[in-house]
Write a new protein. Structure first.
Ligand code: AMP
Ligand code: MG
Length: 539
């Protein structure tokens, strides 16, 4: 804390109470006619924060701005390949407009823009980043309140730097399927509405090893209350632009956190504590299902505590807390599974530093970090309690969890299968867990039986199975599953994508008809295959 000097600011913001009423009045039957055109488009971010005076334009620094107006680039030959009926129903939209979702002519009322933000990447301040290939179409009202619709991969913006503003089919499928799967797992996340194949070939060096090749382009339409990130605030603080920082904080609190105030230290602290707590919940949920984000840079941290920017993420197959899916991260493994809570705290500390200029007494910001730690510990204990079917988490349960963690790492053990089998164990006998181990000949059976007996006596032979079945999913989007979907889609066959999309809408259900295909350990072919165990940021 304290790297940035601060000054006390006059508090002159007036709350615009009339706004919500205006929105309510505009909510008419027309909105529910079922098309994107019939939605009421709002443009609050553009209306309430300072922007770029130029429209579009080439890559450049855009000081003092929160956004730049930019039009999506139309796709040469768009086809709507994936559609989330669930998300669409929440929006009150029955069918997609392929042209619009493929970056074509905007709908009347849209005021599309790219957001400006900065970020710490792999622990180092990277300066201005911004939406290099994401373009927000606008905000619309839906069942859950107002949400932002954003196209990812729809062309260059002033923040594209040296890149093309496009996204390839493989990474778009990974974002579409995984964000929808996470939602149904109960993990806070941005969502996906559609995936449009653009019909445009895009050049990528997938593993950054000089092997460049053309891949198919795609655009995902993603949805969230907002795409404001930690880095959205950092960029203004880093340049000493306190005025813009203050305006953005006011807009954010008023629009997205209306129960908080921004006029004094106490209000700001309460708001930041909420962000810290939402982030703690998100990371605890990642740990529960074995998700590794892979690029927890501060520009990839949502202020809503949502999983955002699906890139080289992965799912634990064998339980290895040191694993990171991201080959760019292979030397320090900064973003490894077991370090995600600490990294979240580190990122929150950077957000707090960015708020120093707005605080009369910046020392109070330290309390927000404690609130993250307390909240994460609570969720983490609850998580273990649910995963193990305990009625409550007691301090002496820590040994049980610690011993389990080390046993799970002793030989290669599939996390998802292990916990799912544990849900239906009828006696403390490792025999029933055999299929969770990769090599059945090396299972340390005696050690397992000892642990199982300790657990069994802790739960009096009656684990809370309902809680276990809701905490231990049967199906997650393992990398090799996504890869099979991608392999087929790249040949024009989206049926695997569709069946995974459907399967993962009910990840806690048995779905016995899918067991043989998808309730499986990582197949040998996937062990060293690019896209399965190795992923890069190239997307
Ligand atoms: P990420 O870590 O993938 O979320 O991206 C980091 C930064 O790079 C963000 O500012 C992105 O907008 C930008 N970026 C990534 N890929 C591209 C691309 N193909 N074209 C333009 N900008 C990109
Ligand atoms: Mg990003």
């Amino acid at each position: 804390m304290g790297e940035i000097s601060f000054e006390t600011l006059p508090l002159c913001f007036e709350f615009d109470c009339a706004f919500d009423e205006q929105v309510q009045n505009r909510r008419t039957a027309a909105q529910y006619m079922g098309t994107l055109e019939s939605l009421v488009w709002l443009n609050r971010f553009v209306g309430e924060t300072p922007g770029d005076s130029e429209i579009g334009g080439s890559s450049r620094q855009v000081p003092h701005a929160c956004w730049s107006r930019v039009l999506p680039t139309p796709s040469p030959s768009p086809t709507l390949e994936l559609w989330s009926k669930d998300m669409a129903a929440r929006l009150g939209v029955q069918r997609g407009n392929t042209e619009v979702l493929g970056g074509g002519v905007p709908i009347k009322g849209m005021d599309s823009y790219a957001q400006r933000y900065g970020g710490h990447q792999f622990g180092t301040w990277a300066g201005q980043l911004g939406d290099g290939r994401a373009i927000t179409l606008g905000e619309v009202e839906c069942q859950d309140g107002v949400v932002e619709l954003q196209l990812k991969g729809a062309g260059k913006t002033p923040y594209s730097r040296f890149a093309d503003g496009k996204a390839v089919l493989r990474s778009s499928i990974r974002e579409f399927l995984c964000s929808e799967a996470m939602h149904h797992l109960g993990v806070p996340t941005t969502r996906a509405l559609s995936l449009v194949a653009t019909g445009e070939p895009i050049m990528r060096d997938m593993m950054y090893d000089g092997n460049r090749a053309y891949e198919q382009g795609a655009i995902v339409c993603r949805v969230a209350p907002s795409f404001i990130r930690f880095g959205s605030f950092q960029i203004h603080s880093s340049t000493g632009d306190v005025e813009t920082l203050k305006t953005l904080v006011e807009h954010t609190i008023r629009t997205h956190f209306p129960f908080h105030s921004h006029g004094n230290d106490a209000g700001l602290i309460a708001w930041l504590c909420q962000i810290a707590e939402d982030t703690a919940l998100m990371v605890a949920q990642w740990m529960r299902v074995g998700f590794v984000h892979g690029v927890m840079n501060t520009d990839n941290m949502s202020i809503h505590g949502l999983t955002i920017d699906y890139g080289p993420y992965g799912w634990l197959e064998d339980y290895n807390p040191g694993w990171t899916p991201n080959t760019t991260d292979s030397s320090t493994r900064r973003y490894r599974y077991g370090q995600q809570p600490q990294i979240a705290a580190w990122n929150i500390a950077r957000l707090l530093e960015a708020m120093v200029p707005l605080m009369a007494d910046a020392e109070q910001l330290h309390g927000v970090l404690s609130s993250f730690t307390t909240c994460f510990d609570q969720h983490h204990n609850q998580m273990w309690s649910d995963k193990l079917g305990l009625t409550e988490f007691r301090s002496d349960d820590e040994d049980l969890v610690r011993n389990l963690n080390s046993l799970l790492q002793e030989v290669e053990t599939d996390m998802t299968i292990f916990f799912r089998l544990l849900c239906s164990l009828q006696s403390p006998d490792a025999e029933a867990l055999t299929s969770a181990f990769y090599d059945e000949t090396t299972i340390p059976k005696q050690a397992w039986n000892e642990w199982l007996e300790a657990w069994w006596s802790r739960v009096d032979g009656q684990p809370v199975r309902e809680a276990m079945l809701q905490a231990n999913p049967k199906y997650v989007l393992r990398n090799w599953m996504a890869q099979l979907a991608i392999d087929a889609a790249e040949k024009g066959d989206f049926t695997v994508c569709e069946s995974l999309h459907e399967l993962l809408q009910n990840p806690y259900d048995e779905q016995p008809e899918h067991e043989e295909q998808w309730f499986q350990k990582r197949p040998e072919w996937a062990r060293h295959r690019v896209g399965c165990s190795m992923l890069s940021c190239s997307s």
